[in-house]
Design a binder for this molecule. Structure first.
Ligand code: ATP
Ligand code: MG
Length: 659
């Protein structure tokens, strides 16, 4: 492919170029033996003992995989362990008590460092408090906190006493909180008085109160004082100040409850990009083994590292790769409360620089924003401590991938594009950074031991280059065990479509479409619904968007189908541009030409609509559903799941002009 945008400074950065891991990286990589792929294949499922060996078990497991009740698989059956012990106690015992566990960077510029010992003390005190206030093993505790240290502390305190947590993203509404608490029959809530966003204080407690009013069950609540206002004033019956509880239980310790490997560690509602939230249930043993292993093998995390996953703990990425994975490995995990552009657009690079971050993991939506803002911001900082970069959450096209490697990674950091889902628990498709060649735009091969396959309607493997459904044919340790209280929906949602229960042949369906190349590299094209049918041709939105994003000056694009009066479907493209680029005729032409040469005239957008931003969910994913409604002039449904609802009106106005 030609480098038609001209931003690349040398040949190695041009689009379409593959990259081999640099020697200096390979030499120090946690996993650098290319034989690992074959080794896992030959020894499956026992290969997964390599993951389990990263944990400390109270009782050794007897069976690696019990598959008698598929698709309800059991991993490391009859083994016993405690997740908080694995993330805390054992690091104290191994002499790492004064090593930093969490480096917290607050929104207002505050900083706090918790050593493993500090974290151990606070988790124990809070575990003692929760237990005293009535929380028993297997009670679901809902946590509704922003990115403050008390969030992972509350999670680990729950894990310590064997109470599954259900973290609800702090930005969600009181209705969303109530729905989730109701669905999980949760009678305990940990929240805060409020928090800051761009300098303004938000009232979180009143949202929690509204949810409590809507619920039938009585709810006992712990409130963290984040704003420093007069907290006792807002406390009612069955409500306690977190800091008072800490005083009350100062110095107390709680023995970690030994949990069966299959006991629920937590449940997590998915972000809802595609509809009704699902309460995904994760296990203690298999989940923890899988996140520890992938933190080690994919993110190359070492105990001496300062590692930063810039996600929110309110989503699965934060559970697996801010909290459980890095802490299980005993590393230093950075936790950032704020946004990338406040107080300025170099905030993240200032944090990387000051903390000498080794490994940085973020999402394509953020990378596209960095690109839009321009390279001056990262250029102002010393980012040479970075050894590895990662991305997760959406497909990333080659241009932002290359931009990330070049401007954040200094041109020689490996980049891992990790495909996984709330339901897979941990990474399932990615290159191994010390082994595999990187192909920008493609997530990579399935991880060792993962049987990811792209299949057609009949469930047969598609030929290289053809589009199909992304499925996983064998179980894996981090997989969801069920949907909370809804085994039927679990089977219907993920297993029914491609499994043949009669012959005990089970295949997990991800809901995504993908393509595989001759080397077995998988390119994820988006969700099954993200397909536009033009004159009988099924075109993947992501592919068209990738071609658009190739045009010089384009930062981000989303395409949807619009039904025309004649019953045909037209393609509407929504585009935001990089700083310093106009939304003029030239760029429109470049966009259309790019699409035509990459896919064909059939995919040529009928309309190109410029917008400063695309509508995104709170976890940062483009909401195509909504853009489709806008294009079709339909009434918009609920926009409360949006992070930037105001943009929709602007886009509607813009479309009016275009017509
Ligand atoms: P819901 O299932 O409620 O609609 P969601 O799918 O957005 O929400 P997540 O589980 O956080 O919630 O996201 C998983 C999805 O994100 C994947 O199915 C895929 O569509 C997308 N995704 C994640 N990582 C990648 C990646 N590296 N490349 C391409 N797509 C990715
Ligand atoms: Mg999903």
């Amino acid at each position: 492919m030609v480098d038609r945008n001209g931003w690349g400074r040398d040949a190695s950065t041009s689009i379409g170029t593959t990259h081999t891991p640099p020697e200096s990286f390979v030499e120090q990589a946690n996993v650098s033996d290319p034989g690992v792929h074959d080794e896992f294949e030959a020894n499956w499922p026992d290969c997964w003992e390599r993951a389990a060996a990263l944990l400390s078990w109270d009782e050794p497991y007897e069976t690696v995989l019990a598959d008698g009740d598929a698709p309800f698989y059991r991993w490391f059956a009859d083994g016993r362990l405690n997740a908080s012990y694995n993330c805390l106690d054992r690091h104290l015992e191994s002499g790492r008590k004064n090593h930093a566990a969490i480096r917290w960077e607050g929104k207002q510029g505050e900083r706090r460092t918790y050593t493993y010992r500090d974290l151990y003390v606070e988790v124990n005190e809070f575990a003692a408090a929760l237990r005293d206030r009535g929380v028993e093993e297997d009670d679901v505790v809902t946590i509704y906190l922003p990115m403050i240290p008390e969030l992972p502390i509350a999670m680990l305190a729950c894990a310590r006493i064997g109470a599954p947590h259900s973290v609800v993203f702090a930005g969600l509404s009181s209705d969303a909180l109530a729905t989730r608490m109701d669905a999980a029959d949760s009678e305990y809530l940990v929240t805060c008085d409020g928090y800051y966003r761009r300098g303004d204080a938000f009232n979180q407690k009143s949202k929690a109160d509204n949810a409590r009013i809507a619920l039938e069950q009585d709810v006992r609540t712990v409130v963290v004082d984040r704003l420093g206002d007069d907290l006792p004033h807002v406390l009612g019956d069955d409500e306690w100040d977190y800091h008072d509880l800490r005083d009350e239980f100062a110095g107390e310790t709680v023995a970690p409850v030994s949990r069966d490997a299959e006991d629920m560690l937590f449940l997590m509602y998915t972000s809802g990009t595609t509809g009704e939230p699902k309460g995904v249930v994760h296990s203690t043993g298999g989940y923890l083994a899988h996140v520890a292993w992938t933190s080690h093998a994919v993110l190359d995390v070492k105990p001496a590292d300062t590692y930063w996953c810039a996600a929110d703990i309110g989503w699965i990425t934060g559970h697996s790769y801010i909290v459980y994975g890095p802490l299980a490995l005993g590393t230093t995990t950075v936790m950032y409360e704020g946004t990338p552009d406040y107080p300025d657009r170099d905030r993240l690079w200032e944090i990387v620089d000051r903390n000498a971050v080794d490994v940085f993991y973020t999402a394509p939506t953020a990378i596209r924003a960095f690109m839009k803002w321009g390279s001056d911001y990262p250029d102002d900082h010393d980012l040479s401590s970075l050894r590895l970069l990662g991305t997760v959450g959406e497909p990333i096209s080659p241009r932002p991938w290359n931009w990330y490697r070049e401007h954040i990674g200094g041109g020689d950091c490996p980049v891992v594009d990790t495909w996984w889902q709330t339901e897979t628990g941990a990474v399932t498709i990615s290159t191994l950074p010390g082994i595999d060649e990187m192909k920008p735009g493609s997530a990579g091969p399935p991880l060792p031991g993962i049987d990811a396959r792209v299949v057609d309607e009949a469930g047969d493997d598609v030929a290289p280059g053809e589009t199909g459904y992304l499925t996983i044919g064998r179980p894996w340790p981090g997989m969801a065990r069920t949907l909370y209280d809804n085994d039927e929906r679990f089977v219907a949602e993920y297993w029914q479509r491609f499994s043949e229960p009669a012959s005990d042949d089970w295949r997990y369906f991800s809901g995504d479409t993908a393509r595989v190349d001759e080397d077995g590299y998988i390119t994820v094209l988006g969700r099954v619904d993200d397909v536009i049918s033009v004159s009988g041709h099924r075109l993947g939105t992501v592919e068209i968007e990738s071609a658009i994003a190739d045009a010089d000056g384009v930062a981000e694009a989303a395409v949807v189908g619009r039904s025309s009066e004649t019953g045909e479907t037209d393609i509407y493209a929504y585009v935001s541009t990089e700083r310093g680029h106009d939304s003029g005729r030239e760029i429109r032409r470049a966009i259309r030409d790019n699409v035509e040469s990459a896919i064909g005239p059939i995919a040529r957008p009928e309309a190109v609509i410029f917008t400063p931003e695309l509508p995104k969910t709170r976890s940062g994913k483009i909401m195509r559903r909504l853009l489709e409604d806008v294009a079709n002039g339909e009434e918009l449904g609920d926009t409360s799941a949006l992070r930037n609802p105001e943009i929709v009106g602007e886009i509607q106005a813009e479309i009016g002009d275009e017509d």
